[in-house]
Design a protein around this ligand. Structure first.
Ligand code: G3P
Ligand code: MG
Length: 357
């Protein structure tokens, strides 16, 4: 029988530690919970279901809004997760909203990339599916594609004219955001080369490359299939190699997500804020709402991304590597050794609670 934090630590003191969970390969594989994740998470709540230990999810994945992901995670894992506890690869895109004001941007990837960007405050957003649909013959291979895109289904079942919020033939695309893993790599690479080469007007002459942002740069990640799947970093390599071969100046881009230390700084600030909301009656340090952590645990499955990120971020981060995802080694990773290697996330929580309580 494994006890929860509140049973081990009945006084209602602010905890001096927090936890960041990677999602794919640590708590889920596809949509299936792994490594005892539901039981492990339950130990971070009191008997009445209130959160006792500040934790968040720090994933490079995404494609839906943080509120939708929080609902989905709550259902799959059986605990209440709030949207502020969900940090996705694309979450920092919201900081760029002022740079694009009313400019047209294109959002790429699985799920609802345009909805995500609109929720962040971007005013003129088209998904790459919608943008491409206004240019007939932009994808010469589409007649050979057997699948039906949402766009096609919408126009089949909903005969009203598509009414773009902008004129794609004269409004330049001023920014491209790869929000989540692209679905139709061939079409997306073609259309992105068109947008990027022409300065945002497919089919027109060459122009200055608009800024291009990727939510993460994961080469591979662990999904439901037994071996790793190619991620956004692999797509970036494909786009970059092809763009550089067909264009005279090399592709310029910025990637967000782990292992960028900025992600870990941001996670620390969110966790500190969570503590403030969990214990509002207690006095906080002179520096305002700031709460100082002795240890912040990053539990991940990918040495290059999760462990490397925690190493770069430095103290108070402590990295724990599980064997349920990308990493399957017997010992530690040689290039990015974690502070601790365990089999599952449940074992990681067991270690943390034993050490902290
Ligand atoms: O597409 C998702 C993948 O890049 C990684 O997700 O949760 O392991 O950071 P995660
Ligand atoms: Mg992972």
């Amino acid at each position: 029988f494994r006890r929860s934090y509140s049973q081990l630590h009945p006084q209602s003191e602010r905890p001096s530690f927090g936890i960041a969970f990677d999602i794919d390969g640590v708590v889920l594989r596809g949509r299936t919970p792994i490594g005892g994740s539901p039981q492990a998470l339950r130990r971070l709540y009191g008997d009445d279901g209130t959160l006792k230990i500040p934790f968040l999810f720090l994933t490079n994945g995404g494609g839906v809004t943080e509120s939708k992901r929080a609902l989905e995670l709550s259902e799959l894992l059986g605990v209440h997760i709030s949207p502020v506890q969900v940090v996705q690869g694309h979450s920092p895109f919201k900081e760029l909203v002022n740079r694009f004001e009313d400019e047209l941007i294109v959002a790429v990837g699985k799920g609802e990339p345009a909805t995500v960007m609109s929720e962040y405050g971007f005013k003129k957003v088209l998904s790459i599916d919608e943008h491409a649909s206004y240019f007939s013959d932009i994808d010469p291979l589409s007649p050979y594609k057997q699948w039906k895109t949402k766009q096609m289904l919408d126009s089949m079942y909903n005969s009203k004219e598509v009414n773009p919020r902008c004129n794609v033939y004269s409004d330049r695309v001023k920014g491209v955001f790869v929000v989540s893993d692209p679905v139709d790599w061939g079409r997306d690479i073609q259309v992105l080369c068109d947008i990027l080469k022409t300065g945002g007007l497919p089919g027109k002459e060459k122009g200055h490359q608009p800024p291009l942002y990727f939510a993460s740069d994961d080469l591979e990640y662990q999904a439901a299939f037994p071996s790793e799947r190619l991620g956004m970093g692999a797509f970036r390599i494909g786009l970059q190699s092809i763009f550089n071969a067909v264009h005279d100046s090399p592709l310029e881009y910025t990637s967000f997500g782990k292992p960028n230390p900025f992600v870990f700084k941001n996670a620390e600030a969110i966790l500190s804020n969570l503590v403030y909301n969990m214990y509002p009656h207690q006095e906080f340090a002179m520096e305002g709402r700031g709460h100082t952590f002795t240890t912040l645990y990053m539990i991940g499955d990918n040495p290059k991304v999760d462990i490397n990120g925690a190493l770069k971020a430095g103290r108070p981060w402590f990295s724990i590597l599980t064997r349920t995802g990308v990493f399957r080694g017997k010992d530690n990773d040689t290039q990015f050794p974690a502070d601790l290697v365990v089999d599952t996330v449940e074992e990681a929580i067991d270690h943390i609670l034993r050490k902290e309580c």
